[in-house]
Ligand binder design. Structure first.
Ligand SMILES: C[S@@+](CC[C@H](N)C(=O)[O-])C[C@H]1O[C@@H](n2cnc3c(N)ncnc32)[C@H](O)[C@@H]1O
Length: 187
């Protein structure tokens, strides 16, 4: 096998201390492995960012053995659920963040993409994940600051919304969930 671009200890990685795992950095459109190399290929929260998702599924199929599986997991940013006394403002903020991504509805689009890419025996699961306030702040503030700079939303709207969420967090009432779709199909 070719020498990996990156292998060994990765700081902060959950799998860093496990033996026998190799990490290699590459573009999903040109996976640096030969045909039929893996039993399974999976992505998690990557399709949100990709320009040509069908090509990437074909590339994942290429590196998986016949009969192996391709699994795709993504979140549906445009239906993020956040507890608030300001539902209209919340919808505006979550839609603004979603619109800053190339594929904000990626999760709901995965089953159709998998079918179009020719995966067989496709299974779909839907689940939700609760988010801590710290992650919520990290996930929202960058996109919202850019939206303020572009004039899409006002600074006072963003401050009002994030302020309420900080207050809810301080009072033990913060609640956000992300909706996920998992699609798995055979090659
Ligand atoms: C939200 S992170 C998810 C990371 C990881 N899958 C996880 O579950 O923690 C999105 C990842 O997609 C990767 N990504 C975006 N476009 C990519 C591409 N064309 N090829 C490979 N990776 C890509 C980014 O580098 C980033 O690590």
């Amino acid at each position: 096998m070719a020498r990996p671009a990156y292998s060994g200890h990765i700081r902060g990685c959950r799998a860093a201390s496990r033996p026998g795992i190799e990490f290699r950095v590459g573009d999903a459109c040109a996976i640096p492995y030969p045909d039929g190399f893996f039993d399974i290929a999976r992505t998690e929260r990557v399709f949100l960012y990709l320009a040509d998702r069908l090509s990437v599924i074909h590339e994942m199929k290429r590196v998986v053995k016949p009969g192996g599986r391709v699994c795709l997991i993504d979140t549906d940013l445009d239906c993020t659920a956040i507890y608030s006394s300001k539902p209209g403002l919340t919808r505006k903020m979550t839609s603004t963040v979603a619109a800053s991504m190339p594929n904000p509805n990626s999760a709901r689009e995965l089953p159709a993409l998998a079918r179009r890419a020719g995966l067989k025996d496709i299974k779909t699961e839907v689940f939700a994940v609760e988010s801590p306030h710290e992650f919520f702040v990290r996930a929202m503030t960058g996109s919202l600051s850019k939206a303020v700079e572009s004039g899409i939303v006002s600074r006072s709207e963003v401050d009002e919304w994030l302020g309420e969420q900080a207050w809810l967090h301080a009072n033990g009432e913060f609640f956000q969930m992300w909706f996920f779709v998992l699609v798995c199909g055979a090659v």
